[in-house]
Design a protein around this ligand. Structure first.
Ligand SMILES: NC(=O)c1ccc[n+]([C@@H]2O[C@H](COP(=O)([O-])OP(=O)(O)OC[C@H]3O[C@@H](n4cnc5c(N)ncnc54)[C@H](O)[C@@H]3O)[C@@H](O)[C@H]2O)c1
Ligand SMILES: [Zn+2]
Length: 372
């Protein structure tokens, strides 16, 4: 395969971001109408001729015809995409289809869906014949700003989320904000909380932009979406480029995820979208930081105000702090038994600490609105 840089034509108004990881360098192209250029991007990459698309029935019905005009494929491989289908049995269906089509090493797998499709099909691409070319075309806001970049692929185990997986960077990522036009409002908001996360960890400018342009964002104006998606991708690309395997700086992107994952676990992944749980997780981390004197109260209020301005979140008043703390201790991000918290120090910067006590967590959870 040719190197990614010199060959990509970026359509007018589109933005290209390079992701320079040690295992592979690739680009993310973001812009209105980039879906129509997927075939050309694959050609320019020198991507192997045999191209397979993995999608879900819903996404394929909504946007498949447009993609099929841009890329020649025999027939799409359609698998269900709910979180409960994110398991090895579904990946096995992708392998089955690839074997049936006689896919060899010279095959490219294009994922076309939300984070569930990207993670599962990405894992299939990482493992089929020990790895075939992979291109992500994410269709949810969450997948466009987060899961399509950085190379984490995998599936859930019945006893825990994302326990089985690999690091496998894609060869390219193509993001068309126009596909978000059909995304349910709740899914759209869930992705926006991750955008706010990037603002809090790394960019006051992005944080302010979300606050300032909230109306245009909810109207899903392509230029506005391109700008906030591009800024989010740039932040993720920088962090992943510096720390591909999450041994250091990449951990800042777990801001809001310690309590967030616990909320998802104690509600059995049914009540919250991931981003909604992260929104509460960010409030908990901000509260801890204020109590420790690490964050100014006005910054905590700015975060709380922005989250509230996007609309109501599912209730938490029935969730007991003890249950939450227990779930946090089981999280796979615990290192040698110590809980790590990413605490904001201002809008746009964080510090990682590993000495937060159970009492501090319990008190913060109560103040944020968990069972008192
Ligand atoms: N790999 C990573 O680094 C990473 C990062 C964050 C999250 N994730 C994973 O991502 C998953 C969540 O992803 P998600 O939030 O995209 O959920 P999802 O993939 O389940 O998609 C949400 C819903 O939106 C539908 N949908 C997708 N695109 C649509 C469109 N354009 N119009 C209308 N409907 C559409 C899907 O069919 C699905 O019902 C989780 O499994 C999580 O673990 C991975
Ligand atoms: Zn997340």
């Amino acid at each position: 395969m040719l190197s990614y840089h010199s060959y990509l034509m970026v359509p007018a108004g589109a933005v290209r971001i390079d992701v320079p990881t040690p295992s592979r360098a690739y680009s993310v192209t973001i812009g209105d109408g980039t879906l129509d250029g997927v075939g050309r991007v694959l050609d320019d990459l020198g991507a192997p001729e045999r191209r397979f698309i993995v999608s879900s029935p819903l996404v394929w019905r909504l946007h498949g015809p447009q993609l099929a005009r841009a890329v020649t494929v025999a027939e799409p491989i359609l698998v269900p995409d709910g979180e409960r289908f994110k398991q090895l049995a579904t990946v096995a269906r992708i392998y089955d289809a690839l074997v049936r089509f006689n896919a060899d090493r010279a095959a490219t797998l294009v994922t076309f869906g939300g984070g569930v499709i990207g993670d599962m099909a990405g894992f299939a691409a990482a493992t089929y014949l020990r790895g075939i070319a992979l291109v992500h075309v994410p269709t949810t806001l969450l997948a466009q700003v987060d899961s399509a970049i950085g190379g984490k692929v995998g599936v859930n185990h019945p006893l825990g989320k994302n326990l089985i997986g690999a690091f496998y960077q894609p060869h390219a990522v193509i993001v068309d904000p126009a596909v978000l036009g059909t995304l349910p409002r709740r899914e759209f908001r869930a992705g926006l909380y991750e955008v706010i996360k990037y603002g809090m960890t790394s960019s006051a400018a992005l944080f302010d932009r979300v606050a300032r342009e909230r109306k245009a964002i909810f109207a899903r104006t392509p230029e506005t979406l391109t700008a906030i998606i591009a800024e989010s991708c740039r932040i993720k690309a920088d962090v992943v480029g510096a720390d591909e395997r999450e041994t250091g700086v990449r951990r800042i992107l777990n801001f809001g995820h310690t309590a967030g994952h616990a909320i998802e676990a104690v509600t059995k992944y049914r009540r919250f979208r991931h981003g909604e749980a992260v929104a509460y997780g960010m409030l908990v981390a901000a509260d801890l930081a204020v109590e420790r004197g690490a964050l100014a109260d006005r910054d905590r209020q700015a975060l709380g105000g922005l989250i509230a301005s996007l609309g109501p979140l599912p209730p938490i008043a029935d969730l007991a702090p003890a249950q939450m703390i227990e779930a946090m201790q089981h999280d796979k991000k615990t290192i040698a038994g110590r809980l790590h918290f990413v605490l904001p120090t201002t809008v746009g910067a964080t510090a990682i600490v590993d000495d937060v006590t159970e009492k501090e967590i319990r008190d913060s959870l109560k103040r944020v609105g968990f069972k008192g």
